[in-house]
Write a protein that binds this ligand. Structure first.
Ligand SMILES: Cc1ncc(COP(=O)(O)O)c(C=O)c1O
Length: 296
């Protein structure tokens, strides 16, 4: 029986709209991801899952550890349900959530927030200033992993952070270290231009060649720079993790010695984007059905 027949049979009693999650496909995608990670743990990006039971299923499988969350309120909620080791991958300016984090023993133990400049540390300090007996806040530094060349005229990747060079990372790490109430525990450098850009797009060969060239150069540059950044920051703080990558770069990112873990989210459901990568294949695992009431 093919997938379409299985889905039709399983949903025969349902009126659309509805969604289908193919757990066999999800499990097969997940084990493909752990094979590619070569023994390093995969942190699960909740933004691309949006379902706590699905997150819990994934985290129960071998090879997955920790969550990469989207917002601090989401992380607080996940921690309150017993989930552990939650990295909020995007800087937060939510003062109420920061107050709740600093006031809650368990949340403060399990959640790490993202910072990319000293002013953000000032902001967090002022947000939690009135919390009595506040807990130490776990900090991760966001590092720009984009590819820049031609004297800055060409840039690929997300503009996530002003921190790009080892000395900048070391300065910010030293700033965290000297402030009471903060503990630097991690670094994150997400190479969107490799992880999120398929290297085998249909048709256009010039574009394909350009993507592959950009990605090869970016990898070479980032492997060296990320290694130097980790070396510089570990002089200042004992890091628990160095995070990088996404679904599209798992085997490449985990090969770097300086990286301790990779993050991945969308690969579990395997949307169409991932049909255009050379290194891996997967099965669509999340589908939806809509009613159709007219026929042309
Ligand atoms: C910083 C960061 N790392 C990793 C990921 C995971 O990427 P993907 O969903 O392509 O696996 C994302 C996106 O969710 C992200 O924002």
């Amino acid at each position: 029986m093919d997938d379409r027949q299985r889905y039709d049979r399983a949903t025969a009693q349902l009126d659309p709209p509805f969604a289908v999650l193919d757990l066999a496909a999800l499990r097969s995608n997940a084990s493909g991801m752990t094979r590619r990670a070569g023994g390093k743990p995969i942190r699960v990006a909740s933004k691309s899952i949006r379902s706590r039971p699905v997150l819990e299923r994934i985290l129960a499988m071998d090879g997955f550890a920790g969550i990469m969350a989207f917002t601090l309120p989401e992380a607080l909620w996940l921690a309150s349900t017993g989930l552990r080791d939650i990295l909020v991958a995007y800087p937060t300016a939510d003062r109420a959530a920061l107050t709740a984090l600093a006031a809650d023993t368990r949340a403060a133990q399990e959640i790490t927030v993202m910072v990319d400049r000293a002013e953000h540390l000032d902001f967090i300090e002022s947000a939690v200033a009135d919390v009595r007996d506040r807990h130490e806040i776990r900090i991760c530094l966001d590092i720009d992993a984009g590819y820049v060349t031609l004297g800055g005229r060409f840039r690929a990747g997300a503009r996530r952070s002003p921190i790009r060079e080892p000395d900048q990372a070391a300065d910010l790490a030293a700033d965290v270290a000297k402030r009471p109430g903060f503990r630097l525990v991690g670094l994150m450098a997400y190479e969107a231009q490799i992880a999120g850009v398929g290297d085998n797009p249909p048709g256009n060969t010039a574009l394909t060649r350009a993507i592959r060239l950009m990605q090869a150069r970016s990898r070479r540059e980032l492997t060296i720079r990320r290694g130097r950044i980790v070396q510089a920051v570990t002089q200042i703080a004992d890091l628990e993790f160095v995070n990088g990558g996404g679904t599209g770069s798992i085997e490449k990112t985990t090969r770097e010695k300086a990286v301790t873990e990779v993050a991945a989210g969308s690969g579990f459901f395997h949307p169409r984007l991932f049909d255009f990568y050379r290194n891996f294949t997967g099965r669509p695992a999340a589908l939806f059905a809509l009613p159709r009431s007219r026929r042309r």
